[in-house]
Design a protein around this ligand. Structure first.
Ligand code: HEM
Length: 106
C-alpha cells in the first residue's frame, strides 16, 4: 500500500514537471526591444549577441557562426529580416532552434 502511494506521488510529480516544461518551450518571452535597445546586444566587449528576424529577437551569443556578434559581414544588434531572406543562401530555416529572447517593437 505504501509503495503504491509513493509511486502515484512520483507519477504526479513527473506529470506536473512535464506539463510546465512543454508550455514554456512554445511561448515567445514577454520581453520587447526597440531597434535602439537591440543595438546594445551586438556581441562586442562581452555583450550578448541578439538579432531580430520577422519581429522575433533571437540570442546568437553561443552560435559558433556568430562569433563576437559577426557572421559573414553581418552584425548582431540589428534587424536582419531583409538580409537573411535576400542575401543568405540558407534563408530563415537557420533560425529554427535558436533561443528566443523576445519581440521587436517600433
Ligand atoms: C540572421 C541573419 C543571417 C544572415 C544575413 C546570414 C547570411 C549568410 C550569408 C551571406 C552566407 C553565405 C556566406 C558565403 O557566401 O560564404 C551565410 C552562410 C551560412 N550561414 Fe548565415 N546568415 C544569417 C544567420 C545565420 C544563423 C542564425 C546561422 C546558424 C545558426 C547561420 C549559419 C550559416 C551557415 C552554416 C552558413 C554556410 C552555408 C550554409 O550552410 O548554407 N546563418 N549566411
Amino acid at each position: 500500500m505504501k509503495k503504491l502511494l509513493v509511486m502515484s506521488f512520483v507519477l504526479m510529480l513527473l506529470l506536473v514537471v512535464g506539463c510546465s516544461g512543454g508550455k514554456s518551450e512554445s511561448t515567445v518571452p514577454e520581453k520587447t526591444f526597440t531597434i535602439d535597445e537591440l543595438a546594445a546586444f551586438n556581441g562586442k566587449d562581452g555583450a550578448p549577441a541578439y538579432i531580430a528576424v520577422d519581429g522575433i529577437v533571437y540570442d546568437v551569443t553561443n552560435v559558433s557562426y556568430w562569433k563576437n556578434g559577426m557572421h559573414n559581414g553581418f552584425e548582431a544588434g540589428r534587424d536582419l529580416t531583409e538580409e537573411i531572406k535576400t542575401k543568405s543562401p540558407h534563408g530563415v530555416s537557420k533560425m529554427n532552434g535558436i533561443p528566443v529572447v523576445g519581440k521587436l517593437t517600433q
